[in-house]
Design a protein around this ligand. Structure first.
Ligand SMILES: Nc1ncnc2c1ncn2[C@@H]1O[C@H](COP(=O)(O)OP(=O)(O)O)[C@@H](O)[C@H]1O
Ligand SMILES: [Mg+2]
Length: 587
């Protein structure tokens, strides 16, 4: 029997209930006459504290509180893709069409559509012995995505019945398993508690890069499939654009995008623009392989707090099918603020800057759910987690950035001075880092006849040298520099303008294939080598730096398409001839 009690006190999204002994921590509850949904966050004797995921205005003490006997969970099955949900997986479009613009309270709309037919193709046979995570059959969920319908993780037994190929609604039984203790009916979907990581067989090394097509990321600060990354940056430095670029271009099969709007209209923008985007590989709408979770500013903070768990659970589910999933949370600072607000309502002792003392462990629990794993059905899947962080004033020493840093292994530091110079992406190459480089090196080496690591190190050395020279230039001016150092400045400029900068809005530049990234860097570095040789032979650096071709070199990123990178070989040849000509003219 479900526990039934009464509301004692209401404080914003937090409600205290009495006479509810038996309610469990994290249990889903219905609060008040309207049956608002909430989750138990504290149990004390026969009282419980509940965070409510809907607007609590109008709720009164004395109204009922009813337990559900179940934890807060999400529905996992066909119908997730193309979906736009709130933080507790209520479908936004459906709710909006039922209630008009504002989400009315207490509306019970199931997360996944109940009336839709899915064409199921069974993979199991009667008599098969199955266990959790195995694939019962498939459903072509969208034109570009095959859904692998999974036996829920905790089920094991013998198949008594498996549905024939055909159209089924989500609540129809497609498989019946006798477990020894009874029989369970399996549907095209199952539920899973959001705060509990889904099980897998083992963690694997993150040895494959997530190719994003963004040069500074893939070449200098790569993230591996299954990795965890932070994108910290002040207002307007490019967190959202970078997250969008990754959603559109990274080579993950499924995208889960959690938007926690910074500005009032930012989420509306995401909701309007995302459905228009095309998947670059298929030309189909990107939404056909995307799940959107939106927190708008008029939604309760508690739903925002829950949204990251909802998102990561959905991501793990697609991982368990054997897919690579990328999940973006923009911005996790908004989530941390929700945590802070709820903690305040719970009258907990605040720690740094008012955040609760468990901020760090909550961030840890979230980022630790990233990973590349062997799934329960033996396939390999991954969840790559990309969290934007928006520190107030761009100050990376504030608690959310500092604690996030402990749990991510890759850090793309956005820099407001680069952004103000319109150097985009404004990822600072001196303060960013990636600990995945060693893991993905052999992947890149295979593609580049073992030249990748050497080349990236060489380029980074030039960029670091430029930074050191800045101080010297400030003191004595660049004219006083030795000729070789003048060349370093020029090559560094070419690296910055011709490689690191990448315009998200330019049709060619927006995505660079790994091959193009490597070749582009090769051309710039081979210029450096040839020029350096010429300077050693007495050619003045000014003769090199004033070569008109260098302007074209800085624009190769926009003029050469991914499919035509051989044009860069020709360019390099002409450049080499030109430098030889200068050398000969000198002697
Ligand atoms: N890679 C990029 N290419 C072109 N413009 C960019 C790029 N990154 C950022 N910008 C510019 O910076 C602006 C702010 O970026 P945005 O992602 O909204 O910042 P944030 O989310 O950090 O507040 C964008 O509107 C865009 O004009
Ligand atoms: Mg933003």
């Amino acid at each position: 029997m479900a526990v039934k009690g009464k509301i004692r006190k209401i404080s914003g999204p937090v409600v205290t209930a009495e006479n509810v002994s038996g309610l469990e921590m994290h249990e889903l509850v219905m609060v008040g006459q309207d049956e608002l949904i909430g989750e138990v966050v504290r149990v004390e004797g026969d009282a419980a504290t509940i965070q409510v995921y809907e607007d609590t205005v109008g709720l009164r003490p004395g109204e009922k509180v009813e337990g559900s006997g179940m934890p807060l969970a999400v529905e996992l099955g066909p119908g997730l893709l193309m979906g736009i949900f709130d933080g507790v997986q209520r479908p936004l479009e459906v709710i909006q069409s039922l209630t008009g613009d504002f989400i009315k309270r207490g509306i019970k709309t199931p997360a996944l559509p109940r009336d839709k037919d899915w064409h199921f193709v069974p993979l199991l046979k009667k008599g098969d012995v199955v266990s959790g995570g195995e694939i019962m059959g498939t459903v072509q969920e969208t034109s570009i995505f095959q859904h692998r319908c999974l036996v829920p993780p905790n089920i094991k037994g013998k198949v008594e019945f498996i549905a024939k190929e055909g159209d089924y609604k989500i609540e129809e039984t497609v498989c019946r398993v006798s477990t020894g203790k009874g029989t369970v009916e399996l549907k095209l979907y199952h539920r899973w508690p959001v705060r509990e990581p889904r099980p897998y067989v083992e963690r694997l090394e993150p040895s494959e890069p997530l190719i994003t097509g963004q040069r500074i990321i893939d070449t200098f600060f790569p993230v591996a499939k299954g990795g965890a990354v932070a994108i910290p940056g002040g207002f307007g430095t490019g967190k959202t654009i970078t997250s969008h670029q990754l959603a559109a271009w990274s080579d993950a099969e499924v995208i889960v995008y959690i938007g926690c709007g910074e500005r009032g209209n930012e989420m509306t923008e995401v909701l309007l623009t995302f459905p228009e985007w095309k998947d670059p590989k298929s030309g189909r709408p990107l939404m056909e392989r995307t799940v959107l979770i939106a927190n708008t500013s008029n939604m309760p903070v508690s739903a925002r707090e829950a949204s990251v768990y909802t998102g990561i659970t959905i991501a793990e589910y697609f991982r368990d099918m054997g897919y690579n999933v990328a999940i973006m949370a923009d911005s996790t600072s908004r989530w941390a603020e929700a945590l802070r607000e709820i903690s305040g309502r719970l009258e907990e002792m605040p720690a740094e800057e008012g955040y609760p003392s468990y901020l760090s462990s909550r961030l840890g629990e979230f980022y630790e759910r990233a990973g590349r794993v062997k799934t329960l059905n033996g396939s390999v899947g991954s969840v790559t987690l990309i969290g934007a962080v928006s520190p107030p004033g761009g100050d990376f020493s504030e608690p959310v950035t500092v604690h996030t840093k402990r749990f991510v292994r890759c850090f793309w530091a956005l820099d407001s001075s680069l952004a103000s110079m319109r150097h985009y992406p404004a990822i600072n190459w001196l303060t960013s880092y990636s600990e995945y480089t060693d893991y993905v090196e052999s992947w890149w080496n295979k593609l580049t006849s073992n030249k990748w690591r050497f080349q990236t190190l060489k380029a980074m050395e030039i960029l670091k040298r430029e930074d050191e020279l800045k101080e010297v230039i400030r003191l004595v001016g660049s004219e006083a520099l030795p000729e070789h150092e003048k060349l370093v400045l020029e090559t560094a400029r070419l690296l910055r303008e011709g490689f690191l900068q990448q315009n998200a809005y330019d049709p060619i530049d927006t995505y660079s294939s790994p091959e193009k990234q490597f070749k582009l860097l090769s051309v710039i570095l081979s210029f450096h080598e040839m020029a350096s040789n010429a300077i050693s032979k007495g050619v003045p650096a000014s003769r090199i730096v004033s070569m008109p071709m260098l302007a074209d070199l800085a624009k190769l990123r926009m003029s050469v398409e991914n499919e035509r990178i051989n044009e860069m070989d020709k360019f390099q040849e002409i450049l080499s001839t030109e430098i030889k000509r200068i050398m000969e003219a000198k002697s």
